[in-house]
Write a protein that binds this ligand. Structure first.
Ligand code: CUA
Length: 161
C-alpha cells in the first residue's frame, strides 16, 4: 500500500499521542493509585438520620488540623449541626465533607472554593478541601429543588487561629 509521506507522519503523531496518554493514565492509575471520583457510596434515603455519618451532622475533629464535616440536605435546609447554620473551621484545616439528601436532588456549592457537588437521594457525596484562606463562604444549593430553593444556604467561616 502506498501512503503519502504526510499521512505517515500524521499517523505516527496520532499513535505517539495515544501511547503517551495511555502511559500517563496507566502510571496515574496503577502507580499513583488515582481513581475516578465515584458516587458509589450508598445509603437508605429514608433512614439518613440512622446512618453513622449523619446521626449527628456537623464538624468533628479527626486528626491534627483535620476534620470531618457531615451535612444533611433537605428542602430547604442544610443541617450542619448548629442552630445558626454556621460552621467554624480553623484556617489551614483539611476538611473531609460528606453530604447527602433526605428528599430530592440538591446542590452543594461552597462559593469561592472548588467544593461543588450534587446531592442525590440514596448516595453520599464526598469532597476533601483544605481551607487555606480565612473568610466567610456561603454554601448554596445550585440545583433547583422547589419553592424554597433560593433560601437554601448555610455558612462556613474559616477563622484565623
Ligand atoms: Cu436545594 Cu435548590
Amino acid at each position: 500500500m502506498n501512503m503519502h509521506k504526510y499521512e505517515k507522519i500524521w499517523l505516527y503523531c496520532g499513535a505517539t499521542t495515544l501511547l503517551f496518554f495511555l502511559i500517563v493514565v496507566g502510571v496515574s492509575a496503577f502507580y499513583m493509585g488515582n481513581k475516578p471520583p465515584s458516587c458509589a457510596v450508598t445509603l437508605d434515603p429514608d433512614r439518613v438520620t440512622e446512618h453513622t455519618l449523619f446521626k449527628e451532622p456537623g464538624l468533628k475533629q479527626v486528626g491534627d488540623n483535620e476534620y470531618q464535616l457531615n451535612i444533611v440536605a433537605s428542602a430547604f435546609n442544610y443541617d450542619v449541626g448548629t442552630d445558626d447554620k454556621v460552621v467554624e473551621i480553623p484556617k489551614g484545616a483539611t476538611v473531609h465533607i460528606s453530604a447527602t439528601t433526605e428528599d430530592v436532588i440538591h446542590g452543594f456549592e461552597l462559593a469561592g472554593t472548588n467544593v461543588n457537588m450534587m446531592l442525590e437521594p440514596g448516595y453520599i457525596s464526598t469532597y476533601t478541601n483544605t481551607f487555606k484562606n480565612a473568610g466567610t463562604y456561603t454554601l448554596v444549593c445550585n440545583e433547583y429543588c422547589g419553592v424554597g430553593h433560593h433560601i437554601m444556604a448555610a455558612t462556613i467561616e474559616v477563622i484565623e487561629e
